[in-house]
Design a protein around this ligand. Sequence first.
Ligand SMILES: Nc1ncnc2c1ncn2[C@@H]1O[C@H](COP(=O)(O)OP(=O)(O)OP(=O)(O)O)[C@@H](O)[C@H]1O
Ligand SMILES: [Mg+2]
Length: 166
Amino acid sequence: MVPCTLQLDLPHPQATQHLGQYLGQHCPAGMILLLSGDLGAGKTTLVQGIGVGLGLVEPIASPTFTLVNEYLEGRIPLYHVDLYRLSPAEAASLYLDSYWDPLETTPGLVAIEWGDRLLTPPPDALGITLTDTAAGGRQATLVATTSVHVTLLESLPDYGLLVNEV
Ligand SMILES: Nc1ncnc2c1ncn2[C@@H]1O[C@H](COP(=O)(O)OP(=O)(O)OP(=O)(O)O)[C@@H](O)[C@H]1O
Ligand SMILES: [Mg+2]
């Protein structure tokens, strides 16, 4: 499939949270989100919204020091990874593959901050890049690489208004 790009305007933190909430409500188990963007771009904010969408009561904390946090109480498991402190070689040695190998863990939603540090990106990941806007908000660029991603993005509530498909 030819990758399909969707750009969304996120003018304030609540908009980032809402996008996350939508993903938490609708992503099927097995989905991998590769989150990119500079320091403070809003990656953890997005995952906090995912936690709300999954129905988690426990608040999502940044896994910058723990590397991986697992939340098993929601609609599907959430595996929240942060590769910020790792070199690509160290990131490879975490064997994150176990999170998308159904024989090793219960399939869930894997959200990887600084996902671009992975030398070998996971298969069929949905890429989400957050960038600052001149107005002080953020723009999210979502790159869909599978028909499952496309279906998910097509049913985003404001799809018709917000899309800039490439
Ligand atoms: N759409 C938005 N518009 C403006 N501010 C936002 C937006 N989304 C998130 N923020 C704010 O950006 C700040 C940094 O957010 P966050 O910690 O989620 O970033 P991060 O990408 O996880 O950072 P790090 O790279 O350190 O992990 C927070 O104050 C958050 O409220
Ligand atoms: Mg973060």
